[in-house]
Ligand binder design. Sequence first.
Ligand SMILES: [Zn+2]
Ligand SMILES: [Zn+2]
Length: 391
Amino acid sequence: MPTDLIDEACGMSEQLVAWRRHLHAHPELSGAEEQTAAFVAERLGEMGLTPRCNIGGMNGVVADLVVADQPFVALRADMDALPIQEENDVDYASETLGVMHACGHDAHMAMLLGAARILQHHRSELHRSVRLIFQPHEENEPGGAPAMIRAGVLEGVESIFGLHIWAALPTGRVGTRVGAFMASPTLLEISIHGKGGHAAMPEECIDPIVIAAQVIVGLQMIVSRTLGASDAGVVTITRINAGTTHNVIPQSVELAGTIRTFDTTIRDRVSERVREIAQGTAKAHGARADVKISHSYPTLINDPVIVADAHRAAERAGFDREDIVDLPLQGGGEDFAYYCQEVPGAFMFLGAGNPAIDCGFPHHHPRFNIDEAALPRGAAVLAAYCLQAGG
Ligand SMILES: [Zn+2]
Ligand SMILES: [Zn+2]
């Protein structure tokens, strides 16, 4: 196995930055990644690979490096941007109004292209076939992963590995976690229907605003009183809509929010409690609550063996052992979770935070940016994961 992976990756730093900046300047929303897919496919073609496009009826791009009679290890990068107006004053800022790579998926593609180039150089050293998966539509329901899986991208795959660039982790570190790592998000919509009327005559009305207030306070008891000390969950109400003026009691109140859990049993228990509290509270006051609960991506569960492989890959790529950290449960969701339901997989965060160069804003913020010094490190980890597989 080569000992200079990180040197090799650093040698292509300029190229990685150029790819990332091109993608950053030309972001495309979930489901509309046509130019992004074309760019990725062209770069893969230049490397002598034969990319397959339009995978899963979407803009998915897949390329294989085949080692005869050997199963695949898969690497995945997501491709989509967000409906955010970029506020960074950089010369590679988004050229598309209201669309921005504010989650780092531009970096994910650049790093996977970098890994592809490294692996092409070291093709004779591979013990496993490699599948490179460029997946669209991560940021939006229902996620791009299910369609990619239905299109067969995991056929013949024995394990899958993915990196997410992470602004909250300083450059020079990577981190992950064995078992549950990222949350399963559940979307909540609650409509409370009372009886509107004159604000001065509450006795003639059923005031949905007071009932909504009680529902919101009641929901705060779920995590504290329904979950045990070792269970994790979040219930957050994020939106309240009601009323038009100061002297009218409205007919209804609309609430929206999210539940985050790490286990299906807890997810279902919390969801049920939300329904009971909303409907029971409304009923107690003569109103009615309609509760809509929709489960989004599953909990991302990292396989312990693949996490160990990922740690090994990070060391192989030049990370010191103390810079490979165990991370706590993450409240964010990721459709990489679907791959991990099908084959053993691991998802790892790659530190790219560096407030000294203005890279400290959170993901999905209009001033989100990454320390590009993380790019060669990420490419080296991805390549190392494949080179060590089956060895
Ligand atoms: Zn995101
Ligand atoms: Zn993301």
